[in-house]
Design a protein around this ligand. Sequence first.
Ligand SMILES: [Zn+2]
Length: 59
Amino acid sequence: MECTYCGSDLSAYEPVYVEETGGGERVSAGGFCNYACLSAHIETEGLTDGDACAWSPDG
Ligand SMILES: [Zn+2]
């Protein structure tokens, strides 16, 4: 599997997998090689502007 954001091979990392909740259904939002890619992806896609689950990379 590759990082959803940067396309790196996740086998070289400890990947972060994310699920979104859309319309009551959980759907995979992809995998990321680290939280930086995840955060960048969220900002790029504007996920924080929608009704996606309140997931924080700062956890
Ligand atoms: Zn990445």
